[in-house]
Design a protein around this ligand. Structure first.
Ligand SMILES: Nc1nc(=O)c2c([nH]1)NC[C@@H]1CN(c3ccc(C(=O)N[C@@H](CCC(=O)O)C(=O)O)cc3)C=[N+]21
Length: 281
């Protein structure tokens, strides 16, 4: 058996097309402000991809690039200026921030109603308690991918591998909200393989190449690969080994899977923010 691939790139493009229509109905373009601090090469690529996606859909992006030597106060000053600017709908501070800057403090400075990353403690609390708020883009994108294949989560056993605030924990909350039985494994879990073999859905979000191998996957399971790693030869790969294609029923590729969906959900959040600000919805 060979897994069916869930084409995140195609799904992202079709979501962008729908967003473009919603944007045309607004009195002005939605505006996404993006702050990049320092010279991390991966961050530059990601920010560039986000700016390009904005251009494709009709969102105006305003990026500010501060030097590696910028202080926490410099960063916070920029965020506050965007908080107060009524023409800015979404604020994204690209992570990771340089050493010495308290990322959580910066994130908590972003106005809750412009927190399109969904990283603010208030957004996290809203998700945890089932209230409306911005939801982190990567797990939202995963939920869209599961929905796109008509997957019914109710009563299914989902294993999330990874417990970060930006992927693992919100992912677990969203799966739980859809009535899955959710287990979270992490670097200190002794029996991840056993848990994985019992899972109907595996979300691999640990940031380690080849973490999930075919012998860990129940035949026909859905395997979602959130990993973004580089092989020594420079090739991009996820957390899921190539041989999982022969065991899984469904699989998301890297590249072209969760990554493009993450960006699409950022655009969705930005458009929703603009609609609320402009009284459209
Ligand atoms: N404030 C903040 N928000 C984020 O959402 C955020 C962040 N910081 N820091 C870094 C991570 C990572 N992330 C990715 C998004 C898209 C791709 C993506 O589009 N990947 C392409 C390939 C890109 C390539 O070729 O390198 C793909 O999977 O097909 C990857 C990674 C967002 N992040």
């Amino acid at each position: 058996m060979t897994a069916q691939l869930i084409d995140g790139k195609a799904l992202a493009r079709s979501m962008e097309a729908k967003l473009a229509e919603r944007i045309r109905a607004l009195p002005r373009k939605p505006v996404l402000a993006v702050l990049l601090v320092g010279e991390d090469p991966a961050s530059r690529v990601y920010v560039r991809n986000k700016v390009l996606a904005c251009e494709r859909t009709g969102i105006e992006s305003r990026s500010v690039h501060l030097p590696e030597t910028a202080t926490e106060e410099d960063v916070i000053r920029q965020v506050r200026a965007w908080n107060e600017d009524p023409t800015v709908d979404g604020i994204l501070v690209q992570l990771p921030l340089p050493r010495g800057i308290d990322a959580q403090r910066v994130i908590e400075t972003v106005a809750l109603e412009k927190d399109v990353d969904g990283f603010h403690v208030g957004s996290a609390g809203a998700l945890m308690t089932g209230r409306e708020g911005f939801r982190p883009c990567t797990p939202s994108g995963v939920m869209e991918m599961l929905e796109s294949i008509g997957y019914e989560l109710r009563g299914k056993h989902a294993l999330v591998i990874g417990r970060s605030n930006i992927v693992g924990k919100p992912m677990a909350m969203m799966l739980l909200e859809k009535d899955a039985t959710v287990t979270v494994a992490h670097s200190r879990t002794p029996n991840t393989k056993e848990l994985a073999l019992a899972a109907d859905v595996i979300v691999a979000a640990a940031g380690r190449a080849d973490l999930v191998t075919a012998d860990m996957v129940k035949p026909g399971a859905v395997v979602i690969d959130v990993g973004m790693n580089r092989r020594p030869d420079g090739r991009l790969c996820g957390d899921v080994a190539d041989d999982v294609r022969d065991a899984a029923g469904w699989l998301t590729p890297v590249p072209g899977g969760v990554g493009p969906m993450t960006i699409a959900m950022l655009l969705v959040n930005t458009v929703r923010s603009a609609e609320m600000r402009l009284g459209a919805k």
